[in-house]
Write a new protein. Structure first.
Length: 72
């Protein structure tokens, strides 16, 4: 399943790159992109575990950029 999400308060391109790298390491994630300029994130992950994976994505992103919110 592939879904796009808007991001709020993503402060820098470096943070976006760190978030993208961390998301790609999550088990079940096939592909992930985080765009600082567009303030968007695209996640392609296993359908049956998507909700669990998104909980982990939110946790990982909060570690990198505590102010950033993922609008679902």
């Amino acid at each position: 399943m592939k879904k796009k999400f808007k991001l709020e308060d993503l402060d820098c391109a470096n943070c976006a790159a760190k978030m993208e790298e961390a998301i790609k390491k999550i088990e079940g994630v096939n592909e992930a992109t985080v765009s600082f300029l567009a303030q968007k994130m695209t996640i392609d992950a296993q359908d049956d575990k998507f909700d669990e994976i998104m909980k982990e994505v939110v946790r990982v992103c909060a570690k990198v950029e505590p102010d950033c919110r993922i609008l679902m």
